[in-house]
Design a protein around this ligand. Structure first.
Ligand SMILES: Cc1cc2nc3c(=O)[nH]c(=O)nc-3n(C[C@H](O)[C@H](O)[C@H](O)COP(=O)(O)OP(=O)(O)OC[C@H]3O[C@@H](n4cnc5c(N)ncnc54)[C@H](O)[C@@H]3O)c2cc1C
Length: 468
């Protein structure tokens, strides 16, 4: 068996035999498919990553099988990339160094549902977890808009916020991530338990410092969520209504997003359901708050277009409203035109429609705004995930500069290094735990710009780098 990646000199036939009885995938087409995620959102990442492939896929069903897989990889010095649903955006799950892909989706059991929490295996599909919770009167405090494909382990390793963040905060805050277990990559792989704040040492490390086997997430009592859409003549009005919704005493939304009118032209499924050429506000509102929602939209100068419970949504053959929010908004545009891309922008805090109005005219016609409302440490914050009609890297840099000149922060969506995209800075706690859990540096190491320079240090020395 030759190396599909062309980057490893491992005897993959012997490797595959050593993995038995674990399910493996060796077919080149399937291995290449499982080497991709949604990096192609970025033309820059697409050029850099589209030819990066793994060599073999393993699909363990139990923690014992996973331990066996990691032991074999350790013995062969094989690069390893964990993979859940493969919905990450920055090439997080792309095996840049080639090697072994460990797909977790067969480790998908829901282990325990209790008061305010769910404990499940890392490969559990998030929508399945939400469905099981609903039967017992609970729901996840937050989940990504990719819940139909994404796994709990992938969300905790690669995600940050989602539907529910406007009420319950980011994944890393407000007790949303209660605990997790991660397995080390050593001669005798072991599960380690990380509880409370300690779970942040593994969260958002892109699977570089342990294979997440089990996650305990916060749940909240289930409510009857009504999908609501309203339209406005001016974008600032929609944004101002979003601000009003997040502070209204009589409305408790689980989602608040605002979308530039030009983007809504790429939502064919909404044609006839929302007014065309108007700026859109997308929300999930508890049934008992719908009248207050209607009143608030009217006060803010908007028009209520769509109010539907889940049965009505299915009867109308419409997707969930959250498929017009978060990075699904970008996906709707990309379905029609692959020359679009996006960026991730943190807006001034507290949200201020005047500051959005000030930056809009300077951005030009190639930038179409889309904001998500969330809570961070109790404070309302907003993120712009604009559609950008990509021309050159120079123009993209210029757009970033314009945002920054208006006190926005850019979290670059066009880099495949963890320090650039989600984190902005190096998280030395992540890397210290990488040294402890993965001393040979086999787990997704290419995704850190810093790892090679510090991997000779002891974990405590690495941790200290973060305090100097
Ligand atoms: C259309 C669209 C919408 C999105 N919306 C959101 C959103 O609302 N909120 C949000 O936060 N993100 C969002 N994302 C990003 C992504 O969908 C989420 O982060 C998702 O939860 C990732 O889960 P996954 O199972 O697909 O992970 P993958 O893409 O498979 O993996 C993500 C990262 O986690 C690692 N990993 C996977 N499983 C494990 C494991 N068991 N142990 C250790 N490491 C592991 C991988 O190596 C990779 O680095 C969106 C992406 C798209 C394309």
């Amino acid at each position: 068996m030759t190396s599909i990646s062309g980057k490893t000199d491992i005897d993959w036939e012997a490797f595959a035999k050593a993995l038995a009885p674990v399910e493996i995938i060796t077919d080149t087409v399937l291995v290449k498919k499982r080497s991709r995620d949604f990096f192609w959102y970025s033309p820059i990442l697409n050029a850099e990553l589209k030819k990066c492939f793994g060599d073999l896929v393993a699909r363990p069903k139990t923690t014992e099988e996973l331990a066996h897989v990691l032991k074999v990889a350790y013995a062969h010095n094989a690069p390893i990339v964990l993979r859940g649903g493969g919905t990450g955006n920055y090439g997080q799950a792309v095996p840049v160094d080639g090697g072994l892909i460990v797909e977790t989706t067969a480790m998908n059991r829901i282990l325990e549902i209790g008061d305010g929490f769910v404990r499940c295996e890392g490969g559990a599909i998030i929508a399945n977890v939400n469905a099981a919770l609903k039967e017992q009167g609970w729901e996840l405090a937050m989940f990504p808009s990719t819940q139909d494909i994404a796994t709990i382990g992938g969300f905790v390793a690669g995600g940050s916020s989602g539907i529910g963040s406007v009420a319950h905060g980011m994944l890393r805050s407000d007790g949303n991530l209660i605990a997790l277990k991660a397995m080390s990559v050593v001669d005798d792989p072991q599960e380690h338990l990380f509880e409370g704040e300690d779970a942040l040492q593994i969260h958002h490390a892109w699977g570089m410092n342990g294979a997440i086997t089990e996650v305990t997430l916060r749940t909240v009592p289930a409510r009857n969520w009504i999908g609501c859409m309203a339209t406005f003549d001016a974008y600032e009005q929609a944004y101002a209504a979003g601000c009003a919704l997040t502070t209204a005493p009589d409305v408790s939304p689980k989602l608040v997003s605002t979308v530039d009118a030009r983007i809504t032209a790429y939502f064919p499924k909404l044609a006839g359901h929302i007014r065309p050429n108007r700026h859109l506000l997308v929300s999930l509102i508890p049934q008992e708050d719908v009248d207050a929602f209607r009143g608030l939209i009217e006060t803010e100068g908007g028009h209520v277009d769509l109010i539907m419970d889940d049965a009505e949504r299915q009867a109308k053959n419409l997707p969930h409203v959250f498929e017009f929010s978060y990075n699904h908004t970008t996906l709707q545009v990309l379905k029609a035109d692959r020359s679009a891309t996006y960026q991730q922008i943190g807006c001034p805090i507290p949200p201020d429609p005047a500051k959005i109005a000030a930056v809009r005219p300077e951005l030009g016609d190639d930038v179409w705004m889309h904001h998500e409302f969330a809570r961070l440490d109790g404070q309302v914050v907003t993120f712009d995930l604009p559609i950008i009609w990509y021309s050159t890297t120079e123009r993209l840099n210029k757009i970033n500069t314009i945002y920054e000149a208006h006190q926005h922060s850019v979290y670059d969506a066009h880099t495949w290094h963890v320090e650039g995209a989600g984190l902005k800075n190096t998280d030395y706690r992540h890397l210290a735990w990488k040294k402890r859990m993965d001393p040979k540096g086999l787990l997704n190491s290419a995704k850190s710009q810093v790892w090679q320079q510090i991997c000779h240090l002891e974990p405590d020395q690495i941790e200290k780098l973060g305090t100097t």
